[in-house]
Design a protein around this ligand. Structure first.
Ligand code: FE
Length: 344
């Protein structure tokens, strides 16, 4: 039998000592997330966070409504420390439901512009998504386009397809219009838009882009990362469809392009509050923001980080400066208005 090498003994001792030290630490050093983001759009970042801090991240992924209901019914017994969602409307609803708590952090206020976070620190935007007009390159000239308002004009009769009014993205867009133009004007607009639909609303944002490419309609509204994702898709049909569609940045002379955020807030009963804040700070940091920008074609919330090459290729645009918290405040009004306008 050969004698164990000095190096072997050294590493064995190291393993033993680090194991003994790490085990009790890891058990307490954890943070629990309820997340409505797809796991692959967040997991690699959480792994980096764990590597850097030694804090274990436990991720529960689910639908926005389900997670909010779960937080409400669990009350003070919830294991969740952080709620992650993909729309300011959802974040505002969570605050209203009383499941979040206020956080003050210099690092967060430094990295996240005021328009992208709750004024009182109940939630923080972590990535920005824009919802511009997308059009068929071969049938629409960009000079024919101008504003969201103009999509209700009779010249677009039978040419618009948009997903349903169940979509929080459309609800937030309408909430933004209410904030800018008031309810009466927005309702008249929504009626005009519905009159221009080429088909009853169905499918998600990607399906609208495919419908434009297939000639079912000429114009749609979609979040930019869907088009970005389709352009780099492993599915050839998606790539071909995306190539037939271009981005138009509306309202350049007026209120700017509607934007929204994915974001997160610390839960009201968080048991690992400090770790949850630390994780929020990590997600707003340059390193994590760079990853958001490159991986999901979202705009970094942190202005120090440039958007991906794909996003840059679509040019710059005027951003609607409305605080995204307004989108949540006006959500109920928007939903009722879309219903009255017959937006299915
Ligand atoms: Fe989405």
């Amino acid at each position: 039998m050969s004698k164990p090498s000095k190096l072997g003994v050294f590493f064995f001792t190291l393993w033993l000592v680090s194991g003994l030290l790490a085990a009790p630490l890891l058990a307490a050093d954890e943070v629990n997330i309820y997340s409505a983001r797809k796991e692959d759009l967040i997991k690699p970042l959480l792994d980096d966070f764990s590597k850097q801090t030694g804090i274990t991240v436990n991720l529960v992924t689910g639908k926005e409504e389900t997670l909010l209901q779960r937080l409400q019914s669990e009350g003070a017994n919830t294991p969740a420390d952080l709620l992650l969602t993909t729309d300011a409307g959802r974040l505002a609803a969570a605050r209203q439901a009383g499941v979040l708590q206020a956080v003050t952090s210099e690092s967060l206020t430094q990295h996240i512009p005021a328009a992208y976070r709750d004024p009182e620190g109940y939630w923080f935007g972590l990535s920005v998504r824009a919802r511009p007009i997308l059009y068929a390159k071969d049938r629409v000239k960009p000079t024919e386009l101008s504003t969201y308002e103009d999509l209700a004009a009779p010249k677009w009769r039978g040419k618009v397809c948009v997903r349903s009014s169940d979509s929080i993205y459309n609800q937030s867009l309408v909430a933004g219009m209410i904030a800018h133009h008031g309810e009466a004007k927005t309702e008249a607009w929504a009626k005009g838009l519905v009159a221009n639909f080429s088909r009853p609303p169905k499918g998600g944002d990607r399906d609208q882009i495919k419908a434009v490419a297939a000639g079912e309609c000429d114009i749609t509204l979609a979040n930019t990362y869907y088009l970005g994702g389709m352009l780099s898709s492993s599915d050839e049909a998606e790539r071909e469809a995306a190539a037939k569609v271009a981005v138009f940045w509306p309202d350049a002379q007026t209120t700017g392009v509607h934007v929204n955020v994915s974001g997160a807030g610390v839960t009201a009963h968080a048991r690992h509050r400090d770790h949850a804040v630390k994780l929020l700070e990590f997600l707003a940091s340059d390193q994590a923001q760079r990853w958001y920008a490159e991986t999901n074609n979202e705009y970094p919330v942190n202005p120090a980080i440039p958007p991906s090459a794909t996003l840059q290729s679509w040019g710059t645009f005027k951003v609607d400066t409305l605080n995204v918290a307004k989108l949540g405040e006006l959500n109920a009004a928007a939903v009722q208005l879309m219903d009255r306008a017959g937006w299915k």
